[in-house]
Each structure stands twice: as structure tokens, then as C-alpha cells.
Design a protein around this ligand. Structure first.
Ligand code: HEM
Length: 135
């Protein structure tokens, strides 16, 4: 019956012409560029740069890239700490959270990501807000 048709096609990651969010973000290499640009924006942003003093930049870059890759449906596995643990002692304010989100949007803008794809990624990050703010 339908088994022959549905099984192999349905298990393909994306056999239609619609790009996945992961593809729209430029796959892992594109996300790595976005996260690099985000890091430069953070360093220049007086609202939040003090929070990032002394971090392991290479590890932060790798962990955030893997997290966004996995979150957008890519073949990555995030290996960093859970969000509540990673941000537990930072007392991140709403303004600081919004500043980081603003910088992420700017970094995506700099990399030519469409507004639709930007919003799809932001929507998947929203559920992390209470953990990051330790609420
Ligand atoms: C949507 C918002 C955010 C996401 C998705 C996010 C994601 C991450 C990830 C994946 C890590 C790596 C954790 C690890 O290596 O174990 C991390 C670490 C960190 N985050 Fe965030 N974060 C967000 C918001 C913020 C904000 C608003 C601040 C401060 C203003 C912040 C400050 C930090 C710092 C300083 C670290 C390094 C911690 C360390 O290595 O000791 N994050 N974040």
C-alpha cells in the first residue's frame, strides 16, 4: 500500500522545496558566523559586556552555536550546561536579556537572515527566558 511510498520519503530530512529553519540560518557554518558577530556586538555593548568578562570565548562560541543548530533542527548536540545552571549567579535583568536578544537580531541582520527566519529562531528561544533570568 502506502508503505513503499511513505517510509523512505517521510524519513528524508526535507524532501520538499521549503528550506528548514536550520537551512535558512546557513546551517552550522552560517550559525557559527552569526555567533561570532554576536560576540563582537556583546563586547561593544556596555549594557552587558561586564557579564562576559573572563569567560572561555571558544567554548561559549561552540556551545551557543551547537545550541542554536540543535534548536533550529540541525544535526548538532548541545553539550553545555542547562540554561538555568549556566546563568544562575548572573542576576540577569530584563533589560540585559533584551540587549542580548537585540544583538542576536543585529548579528542575524548582518548575515542576511530573513525577518521570518529571525522570528522563527527567536520564538524557539523564548521558552528559555525564565531559566536564563532565574525566575
Ligand atoms: C536567549 C538568550 C540566551 C541564550 C540562548 C544563552 C545561551 C547560552 C549558552 C548556550 C551558554 C553556554 C553555557 C555553557 O557553556 O555551559 C551561555 C553562557 C553564558 N551566558 Fe548566556 N544565553 C542567553 C542570554 C544571556 C544573557 C542575557 C546574558 C547576560 C547579559 C548571558 C550571559 C552568559 C554568560 C556570561 C555565559 C558564560 C558562562 C560561563 O561560561 O561561565 N546569557 N549562554
Amino acid at each position: 500500500g502506502c508503505q513503499v511510498l511513505s517510509t523512505p520519503l517521510a524519513t528524508e530530512p526535507n524532501s520538499n522545496t521549503e528550506p528548514t529553519l536550520y537551512q535558512q540560518l546557513g546551517e552550522r557554518a552560517g550559525l557559527a558566523e552569526i555567533v561570532e558577530d554576536l560576540l563582537y556586538l556583546i563586547v561593544d555593548d556596555k549594557r552587558i559586556n561586564h557579564q562576559f568578562k573572563g569567560i572561555n570565548v571558544a567554548q561559549f562560541h561552540r556551545h551557543l552555536t551547537d545550541q542554536l543548530c540543535q534548536l533550529s533542527g540541525g544535526p548538532c548536540t548541545y553539550s553545555g550546561r542547562p540554561m538555568r545552571k549556566a546563568h544562575a549567579d548572573m542576576a540577569i535583568t530584563e533589560t540585559q536579556f533584551n540587549a542580548l536578544a537585540e544583538n542576536l537580531i543585529l548579528a542575524m541582520e548582518q548575515n542576511g537572515i530573513s525577518t521570518g527566519a529571525q522570528n522563527r529562531l527567536l520564538k524557539r528561544l523564548i521558552p528559555m527566558h525564565p531559566d536564563i533570568r532565574n525566575l
